[in-house]
Write a protein that binds this ligand. Sequence first.
Ligand SMILES: Cc1cc2nc3c(=O)[nH]c(=O)nc-3n(C[C@H](O)[C@H](O)[C@H](O)COP(=O)(O)O)c2cc1C
Length: 402
Amino acid sequence: MAPRRILLAVTGGIAAYKIPELVRVLRRADHRVRCALTAEAQRFVSPLVLQTLSGELVRQDLFDPGEENEIDHIGLADWAELVIVAPATANTLAKICHGLADDLVTAVILACRAPVLVAPAMNVNMWQNVATQANLAQLHERGVLSVGPEAGDLACGWEGLGRMSEPKDIAAAAELLLGPETLSGETVLVTAGGTAEPIDAVRSITNRSSGKMGFAVAEEAARRGAEVRLIAGVSALPTPAGVRRTDVQTAFEMREAVLAELPDASVVVKAAAVADFRPAEPETRKIKKESLTTHDRLTLSLVANPDILTEVCAQKGNRIVVGFAAESHDVVEAARRKIDRKGCDLLVANDISRADAGFNVDTNAVFFVSPSGEVEEIPLLSKRAVAAEILDRVEKLRQEQV
Ligand SMILES: Cc1cc2nc3c(=O)[nH]c(=O)nc-3n(C[C@H](O)[C@H](O)[C@H](O)COP(=O)(O)O)c2cc1C
């Protein structure tokens, strides 16, 4: 695996004495490792040891002008491809969970868009405390991953869950998270979110797409080493690490942005929910309600929007193009008809009638439909896992081309 940039955040638990070994394991795998320590961590492990083993400056103080001059904390957050918090104290887990940023470690984590892996280590009762469990559950929900703790004799004299995982196991979890760069060399263009078609100066027609599925594809493609261009419609989601984002509002703006990026793209994943229709003559000023009374009707005339997927497929060449379909009934049949009409390489069909899949939820259950009409049913998974399934199919299609 190519060397990756890992930020190792060390907090004040007794297991910090094992961190020099973790640095050695990561360095042996050829990764670059920069360490950041909390004030309490420095009581348990020597910064000098970590600096010597990592071969990189160790940062400890958010407010030290010298350190901030060497590598500023935002620079450190942007540099990292992965953050490992090990050992992760109950205190730091709580702080990360609540978005505190009152020391170097928590400030960097808050500013960092890379995946975060925590290796909790603490007394068994601290671990089992509902506060710690609730904090960790929230962190998991937000995509933070954890390794351990393990059961055994604890330094505090208690026995039970609380031992930090062994350095080799933390390193193995990190390798899994970093993953092989299987999309390196590809430029992946992803669209996500809904469009908003203006009715007048203040109102628009939009849909309930959150953009979560497309953002997950963009994030996973970046993790696999692709150059990723994300064109986002209406979505409040943060930009995933390593992704270049363009925001648009209407279907026309989406079309323009897609066609501008298309020449560079080798893979296109069109997860956006682009409005099929728009108001034919949007008012530039606000339509006044004054003359209308209850039950009066206002008729909106709609006109069809351009079909971006068809346009992309018309210039497909060697590109791999993945389309999406959101259907409320006859999902598979509608998807088969759509892939026939459009000519993309894979169609991902969502059943939006399910409460746990489709719009605005973190999970999805989809069907993959191929041009030959073959259908593969993917069970309910997190959108990140569905994104991984989609990109596995993209990689397979690329292999079949060569
Ligand atoms: C000897 C000793 C060992 C400690 N070990 C742990 C531990 O393993 N896990 C933990 O969560 N807290 C442990 N603590 C408590 C933390 O050091 C304390 O909560 C501290 O505020 C954590 O700061 P930090 O999260 O900013 O590093 C220990 C404290 C002492 C005095």
